[in-house]
Design a protein around this ligand. Structure first.
Ligand code: 13P
Length: 251
């Protein structure tokens, strides 16, 4: 089902105590307030179970920022989708550009992670997006198409329907340089179009596609007002409860 979603990706920020405090502050801000979107926070893995506890009784869902591409076994340092699910988290971010760039994640690896997330009842929030050179060379449609097709299209329509997509142009991440509302809408509509071709209109209409990249309390409303932009994946601005709350209230 297509939903409005505002998700905060804390990346590698906040220690355990700071993370629990931030989650608790967000819960307090949301208390008694009616919002028009689902709210998700993605703390570092070490904090996930504690943050699940901290937000209990609120509308806030919890995501991990990554999961292993293997089920279990001798993979030192890795954390499986099943382990994440066992903490009470409901979501997992997969294929973030920082993982693609710094940890060599390919569309194939991302596809395996999505499969494991789905098998374990987690909602994958799957990221894709072009780098600056690709946008400048006007290759962004091509790049986005191959990322979406290779990582996400090898699933049944039912499984595809369980994913949340997140378009994050890499040149807009942490740079303060947001994609314009038109640029975001253009890619989101393009992605919805290729979903129509692959899975049909109903699946495409039901698909939630988030925008990520320097989204903040000032620009969120304009970005979210686009027909094909169903919310945001927020980095920096999710680290301050008041800013994140303002983005939630942009809906
Ligand atoms: P910023 O909002 O800090 O640009 O980060 C976006 C992002 O990468 C969210 O996953």
């Amino acid at each position: 089902m297509r939903k409005n979603v505002v998700a905060g990706n804390w990346k590698m920020n906040k220690n355990l105590q700071e993370g629990v405090a931030l989650a608790t502050e967000l819960k307090a801000l949301l208390n008694g307030v009616t919002v028009k979107c689902d709210v998700v926070i993605a703390p570092p893995l070490t904090h996930v179970a504690s943050v699940v506890d901290a937000v209990k009784g609120s509308i806030v869902g919890v995501a991990a920022q990554n999961c292993a591409d293997k089920e279990k076994g001798a993979y030192t340092g890795e954390v499986s989708a099943e382990m994440i699910q066992s903490t009470g988290a409901q979501y997992v971010i997969i294929g973030h550009s920082e993982r693609r760039e710094y940890y060599g994640e390919t569309n194939e690896i991302i596809k395996n992670k999505i499969a494991l997330a789905l098998q374990n009842g987690l909602t994958p929030i799957v990221c894709f997006g072009e780098v600056l050179a690709q946008r400048e060379a006007e290759k962004h449609f091509e790049v986005v198409k191959s990322q979406v097709e290779e990582a996400m299209f090898g699933f049944s329509p039912e499984d595809f329907g369980k994913m949340i997509l997140a378009y994050e142009p890499v040149w807009a991440i942490g740079t303060g340089k947001t994609a314009s509302a038109e640029q975001a809408q253009e890619i989101h509509a393009f992605v919805r179009g290729i979903i129509v071709e692959k899975f049909g209109k109903q699946v495409a209409d039901d698909c939630t596609i988030l925008y990520g990249g320097s989204c903040n309390p000032t620009n969120a409303k304009e970005l979210f007002s686009n027909t094909d932009v169903d919310g945001g994946l927020i980095g920096g601005a999710s680290l301050k409860a008041a800013d994140f709350m303002a983005i939630i209230q942009a809906f």
